[in-house]
Design a protein around this ligand. Structure first.
Ligand SMILES: *Cc1c(COP(=O)(O)O)cnc(C)c1O
Length: 353
């Protein structure tokens, strides 16, 4: 029986990944030097593929890190001297806030109950804030921040804006000119094995790192300055996850052929089918009530009487769905709606729900 993973990370592999892993082994990718020409070509190919797939301007820098969690730390280290401001509505946005605390900054947070989003334009952000941190898609609760709300933060021109799109990329269409630090890891929407993260850095954010570096430590090998020193040579400071950079490049080529517009449209169609199903269900309802806050890539539903029996019944049929997250574990299911999941897969899942 073939399992389909609707889990929000790690998740279903993108359809061509197994083929590319075999190809990588034939080409000895795990053994090549990360200082050699072959690796530089892979690096260059993946970065230019990313820029073209996601429409990242040439002014922006693209670096590889090892995880989304690491990216939170790098963002704070490189761009905050003292004050960050965090919109918190679940476990991942809280992790971002805690990272700033652990790095001995003075973060502030605006927190709302689980399942809710933010009326961003009505929230007062202190004048002295250096960086505003947003989890565009809160994977623990299935709440999204609409991109227009993110762009409205442009009214604070002196502040930097960081955006966690770990569980919404490549679906979410970001105007990179309007945000400063954007990151995602690849085991979610790109349908790849875990162990690689991409961060996109604006000129303003890079300048901030440079300025900070003159005053205090901004970290060591993964400071933006160190990353940049190697990126200009199509390299990384450390021995990176070469296989993952290779696989990401291949999947991006496939996504480009399919067209990102089509992937985004299909994501919306599948999300509509799932929300429709739960909206009409007599007992099991979508957790997020407000339509504009409903994530298109992670659909969360309250399960009457607890989610465990349903998760186990689905598993026996080859449908692996996520449990709720943290305190909501027993009450909910979470369904990842990433590009690796087809419309047919969603139809089959709904039939069995
Ligand atoms: C999964 C996730 C992370 C953590 O990413 P890792 O690569 O597992 O460290 C961060 N933010 C969000 C929104 C996530 O969904």
């Amino acid at each position: 029986m073939r399992n389909i993973f609707f889990t929000p990370g790690p998740s279903q592999l993108y359809s061509t990944v197994k083929k590319y892993i075999r190809q990588a082994l034939r080409e000895d990718i795990p053994s090549i030097s990360h200082r050699g020409k072959k690796f530089q070509e892979i690096y260059e190919g993946t970065v230019s593929g990313l820029k073209s797939l996601l429409n990242i301007p040439d002014t922006h820098r693209v670096y590889f890190l090892s995880s989304g969690t690491e990216a939170m730390e790098r963002v704070i280290e490189n761009c905050v001297e003292t004050y960050s401001f965090h919109f918190v509505n679940g476990s991942f946005s809280k992790r971002f806030y805690k990272t700033a605390l652990e790095l001995r900054k003075k973060p502030q947070k605006y927190e709302v109950p689980l399942g809710e989003g933010f009326a961003i334009s009505e929230i007062t952000i202190p004048k002295y804030t250096e960086l505003i941190c947003l989890t565009q898609n809160e994977t623990s609760t299935g709440v999204q921040v609409p991109m227009d709300d993110v762009y409205a933060l442009k009214k604070h021109p002196t502040k930097l804006v960081a955006l966690d799109i770990v569980s919404s990329a490549p679906y979410v269409d970001v105007d990179y000119k309007k945000v400063d630090l954007v990151f995602f890891s690849v085991q979610k929407g790109f349908g790849l094995p875990a162990g690689l993260c991409v961060i996109i850095v604006s000129p303003k954010a890079f300048a901030k790192a440079k300025l900070l570096e003159e005053k205090r430590s901004i970290g060591s090998y993964h400071s933006f300055l160190s990353l940049e020193q190697y990126a200009v040579k199509n390299q990384t400071p450390e021995t990176p996850n070469v296989l993952a950079i290779y696989l990401l490049g291949k999947v991006i080529e496939d996504m480009k052929k399919l067209e990102i517009k089509k992937i985004r449209k299909e994501t919306e169609e599948k999300a509509r089918m799932l929300y429709d199903f739960f909206d009409k269900h007599p007992e099991n309802k979508p957790f997020v009530k407000e339509l504009t806050w409903r994530s298109r890539t992670v659909i969360v539903a309250d399960i009457d009487g607890g989610s465990k029996p349903l998760i186990e019944r689905l598993k026996k049929k080859g449908f692996v769905v996520g449990s709720g997250y943290g305190e909501l574990k027993e009450r909910q299911i979470r369904i990842a709606n990433f590009p690796a999941i087809s419309i047919q897969d969603v139809k089959k899942l709904i039939k069995n729900l």
